[in-house]
Design a protein around this ligand. Structure first.
Ligand code: MOS
Length: 731
């Protein structure tokens, strides 16, 4: 049996009336013990019967064609089983299907480091030896390596907007800023390496991999191989982080599948850390011109946000830099637009909050600058510009506790005690400053399906091809089912990460919890109706708790109601009219205290607070953890993170976790997260919204605004490394 639900209108707040009391609670992740004891088997840890090892070989030119290679020599090396140079894994299907399909028979090279061959051998060492010996010959072509000078195309779609008269509003402004912010390329830098183990049984492929969106990944893999989708099964039960880099399949999956097919043996291909940095998707750099104008009362009259990003030629994705600028603040005269430079670098794709993560560094910096120009408190200025209706689409907002987040956060942080004049607070050789910024991330939901099986002995099984990329999916899907079915959390088992299970939304765009959670909810609603019928009460009168149903003065154990066996129900959730009719987003506010060393220009974040409202919080611990993680990325974006490409050939220079500077424990101060109570009735039937990427969306701007408050130095070129601050310090 299956039940479908489309989100066309608000749904009753069922989860506010259930009795089990496990929703929202900070329960542990059930797979946690498996992970910390090494019993959760990740893709690279598969050891299949007869498995052999593949090592990818990468192009050493930025643009051109492979014209030949010494593969005969490599094939004759000890243990080597094959050398595969197949056009099907040359390009990187980056964005859950949005990437361009590789051209059959093509040997084109689009970027330095692109995978061009796979060497397979009995052992990893033999394969690596063979890969090192494989010499390719190229016909080189001219590459475009500089995003500033490369030819570009305009995004003519909905990202382009020219509303009212921005130039006139700027000319007439009481106060204004016209500033350009830049952000560097970023890498997802997930802990788990991209890895695939492919095994064929007849014409059916089973691939153990590490992916975020299995429904799409299965289609991508089948399309890349040119086989029907039904013949592909992907298993991804545990994923050690993705952050966007595992939204689409990556070359090692296709390469492993091709080699395994040819050799008739399972093939494992694990990228090295350097390969992960140099051949999986990364985030484009951005150049963002911000124009903001305000009248004497501090009301925005103009909002201009025009950006330049890049991607490979032909790729359809471009960073939606101004995503939250569209809806966050009022101002009738608006100009937004984007140019996409075509450069020969690794594919640019989604990385941790594509859009807001870098767009809000510029927007929230410029807002801070204009508040300063106006002599207004940054919070008062923002609150004055919260629009009643979406300033471009003229539609209402769903639940939006943006102002409350700023007010509550300010209280908890002690914002009023700061000194608004830059450079006033000292602690020895450290200049102390405080800054804030808004948090906002669009809310998305996607079609998602799950099966819930309720058994007479009072246990339940949730099954879906949803992934848990470290976000807490196992925990929250179990909590939703336990809450809805009145079962202790330990009585619910959740099975994920297998494309033979009902197709889910996947983990991306912070839509996973709401979408997959709603599909579990829909299935459970239907099961509740069946239980109510069998008990003889109206569904609204049914109470389920600890495996006992009560209603209409009756009481029964599940065993009695399910005497003819387990119930199985599939829930199908899909977005509906509320997606278009209201503007949905999660909101928050960041507060940072920094110390800037007046001698060296070094910045240390001393404390940081994020206050968030994202609809119903399904698990207070996993939600908090997501927000903390986001704020850590925010500190990285503000101070250290920068993926460097060699200007001569476009190769990734800092291609490991030592040289790509993510914040480590010592860089992260006390990070506090405050979650406000909220229900978003327009978002989904469980009234939750996306929280996974909210914690990064604006976080870095709070840090850089605090640097300004500490020093009077305004850094607009991220990250705010000490060399950029030193010049702004007094001697
Ligand atoms: Mo996210 S960057 O959509 O995985």
């Amino acid at each position: 049996m299956s039940t479908s639900f489309r989100m066309d209108a608000p749904y009753p707040r069922v989860l506010d009336r259930t009795a089990q009391g496990v929703i929202h609670r900070p329960l542990d992740r059930p797979e946690g013990p498996l992970k910390v004891t090494g019993r959760a088997t990740y893709a690279a840890e598969q050891a299949l019967e007869g498995q052999v090892e593949g090592v990818l070989v990468r192009a050493t030119v930025a643009r051109g064609r492979v014209t030949g290679m010494n593969d005969a020599l490599v094939r004759a090396m000890p243990g080597v089983l094959g050398v595969f140079a197949d056009a099907r894994f040359l390009r990187n299907p980056a964005q859950g299907g949005a990437g361009e399909a590789p051209v059959q028979g093509s040997t084109e090279v689009f970027y330095h480091g692109q995978p061009v061959a796979l060497v397979v051998a009995e052992t990893f060492e033999q394969a690596r030896h063979g890969a090192a010996a494989l010499a390719l010959r190229y016909e080189e072509a001219e590459a475009q390596l500089d995003p500033e000078t490369a030819e570009s195309v305009d995004r003519p779609d909905k990202r382009k907007l020219d509303q009212g008269d921005l130039d006139a509003a700027m000319a007439d402004a009481h106060a204004k800023v016209d500033v350009t912010y830049t952000t560097p390329p970023h890498h997802s830098a997930a802990m788990e390496l991209h890895a695939s183990v492919a095994e064929w049984t007849g014409d059916r492929l089973t691939l153990h991999g590490s992916f975020q969106m299995l429904k799409y990944n299965k289609a991508e893999l089948a399309d890349a191989l040119g086989i029907p989708r039904e013949r592909v099964r992907i298993l991804s039960p545990y994923v050690g982080g993705g952050f966007g880099s595992k939204l689409g399949i990556s070359p090692e999956a296709v390469a492993a599948a091709i080699a395994a097919h040819e050799l008739g043996r399972p093939v494992r291909v694990v990228m090295t850390r350097q390969q992960v940095f140099g051949m999986t998707t990364h985030r484009t750099s951005t150049r963002q011109r911000m124009r903001l104008a305000a009248d004497a009362e501090g009301h925005l009259t103009a909002v201009g946000h025009e950006d330049r990003v890049y991607n490979l030629p032909g790729e359809s994705f471009s960073e939606p830099t101004a995503q939250s600028t569209h809806f966050l603040y009022s101002g009738v005269n608006r100009r937004l637009g984007q140019e996409v430079a075509r450069v020969n670098r690794t594919c640019a794709g989604s990385v941790r909050a594509p859009g807001e993560a870098v767009g809000m560094l510029a927007l929230e910096g410029a807002m801070d600058e204009l508040a300063h120009e106006l002599g207004l408190d940054p919070i008062a200025f923002r609150k004055r510009n919260i629009p009643d209706r979406h300033p471009e689409k003229d539609i209402p907002y769903s639940a939006r506790r943006f102002a409350d987040c700023m007010d509550e956060g300010a209280r908890l942080f002690g914002w009023d005690a700061r000194n608004p004049t830059p450079g006033q607070l000292h602690d020895g050789e450290w200049l102390i400053g405080h800054g804030m910024a808004a948090a906002a991330r669009v809310n998305m939901v996607s079609a998602s399906q799950a099966r819930v099986i309720l058994r007479p002995e009072g246990t339940a099984l949730v099954e879906t091809d949803m992934t848990d990329i470290g976000t807490g999916t196992y925990a929250i899907l179990g909590q939703i089912a336990a809450e809805m079915l009145g079962l202790p959390i330990a009585a619910v088992e959740v099975r994920l990460g297998d494309t033979d299970l009902p197709p889910a939304a996947g983990s991306g765009g912070s839509h996973g919890a709401s979408s997959a959670g709603s599909s579990v909810f829909v299935a459970c609603e239907s099961l509740r109706t069946t239980l109510a019928e069998r008990l003889g009460c109206a569904p609204d009168d049914l109470t389920l708790k600890d495996g006992i149903a009560t209603g209409a003065n009756r009481r029964a154990k599940f065993a009695e109601l399910l005497s003819d066996g387990a119930l199985s129900e599939e829930g199908h959730f899909e977005p509906g009219r509320t997606k278009k009719e209201v503007s949905q987003a999660s909101y928050g506010a960041f507060f940072a205290e920094v110390g800037v060393n007046r001698i060296t220009g070094e910045t240390r974040v001393r404390r940081m607070l994020g206050t968030f409202a994202a609809g119903r919080i399904l698990n207070e611990k996993t939600a908090r953890s997501q927000c903390q993680g986001g704020m850590i990325w925010g500190i990285g974006a503000a101070l250290t993170e920068e993926l460097a490409f060699d200007p001569r050939d476009g190769h990734v220079v800092n291609q490991d976790l030592a040289e790509y500077h993510l914040p480590v424990n010592l860089d992260c101060p006390q990070i506090e997260v405050q979650l406000l109570e909220e229900r978003d009735d327009m978002a989904c039937p469980i009234q939750s919204k996306g929280i996974g990427e909210l914690g990064i969306s604006g976080a870095g701007a709070a840090v850089v605004n605090a640097i300004y408050n500490a020093t009077g130095a305004r850094v607009r070129d991220y990250p705010a490394t000490l060399d950029k601050i030193l010049g702004g310090l007094d001697d």
